[in-house]
Structures are given as structure tokens and as C-alpha cells.
Design a protein around this ligand. Structure first.
Ligand code: FE2
Ligand code: FE2
Length: 135
């Protein structure tokens, strides 16, 4: 469902590795959601979602540090987009529908879809413009 593709590559190794990891965590969360044989999977899903949030924040920080280091002129635009996305992530709540597993599944799926959509668009339209290191 969610995976890194060659067209998403920026050519900046660390950034590409981190994007790949973000898709992997999203995919793990999706697979866990679909697994009907794990009882009480929602605790694990919540843990993965937390991981996704923390990893995203860390990735944005690394990306911004790199852009700063190369004096990238669009750093500010990137920062605004990153911040808006983190705010959205922080607002997402997985709880509140305990017991209603079907509804819970739909909530998780909606969040993952939005997340992957945002990530793909941001990578293609914004991150791919970041200049590669010179050597
Ligand atoms: Fe990125
Ligand atoms: Fe970015």
C-alpha cells in the first residue's frame, strides 16, 4: 500500500533513507490494522503512530539542518509546510472510539491515507527541489 518509489528519490542519501523509513512505518501500521488475528492491536497501532510522529519530526529537523547548511533559499517555505503538517499530525487522535473497531479502522486508514498523500506531494513538489551535495 505505502512504499518508497524511485520517482521519490531526491539524490540526497540521508533524506531518501528517511523518506523510505516513513513509508515503511506507515505500511507496518496499515498491515497491523488489517491483521485480524492480533487481539488488542490498537495499543500496538498507537505505538506505531507515535513512532511515525516522532520520526517525521526528526526527519523534518534533519532536512532543515541540511538546507540551512547549504544556505538553501527556500528553507523558509519548507519550514512552514513542515510545521503545518506537524500541527495536523498532533491533532490526530486514535482513541475515543474504543470498542468500535470498524470505526477505529476507518479512522486509522483516513489518517494514513492523508499522511501518505501529503508525503508524496511534498517530496515530489518540494523536497526534490533541494540541491544535492556537490561531490
Ligand atoms: Fe522530506
Ligand atoms: Fe521537506
Amino acid at each position: 500500500m505505502y512504499e518508497m518509489k524511485d520517482e521519490y528519490l531526491t539524490g540526497i542519501e540521508q533524506i531518501d533513507l528517511e523518506h523510505k523509513r516513513l513509508f515503511e512505518i506507515a505500511q507496518e501500521t496499515y498491515q497491523l490494522k488489517n491483521n485480524e488475528f492480533i487481539p488488542d492491536k490498537y495499543d500496538q497501532i498507537k505505538a506505531l503512530f507515535e513512532q511515525l510522529k516522532e520520526y517525521t519530526k526528526m526527519h523534518f529537523q534533519h532536512e532543515e539542518e541540511y538546507m540551512q547548511a547549504i544556505n538553501y533559499k527556500k528553507l523558509f517555505t519548507q519550514k512552514i509546510q513542515h510545521e503545518a503538517f506537524i500541527n495536523w499530525l498532533e491533532e490526530q487522535e486514535l482513541e475515543g472510539v474504543d470498542g468500535e473497531f470498524e470505526n477505529q479502522d476507518a479512522v486509522i486508514e483516513t489518517i494514513l491515507n492523508y499522511l501518505a498523500d501529503w508525503l508524496i506531494h511534498h517530496i515530489l513538489e518540494t523536497d526534490k527541489q533541494i540541491p544535492k551535495p556537490e561531490n
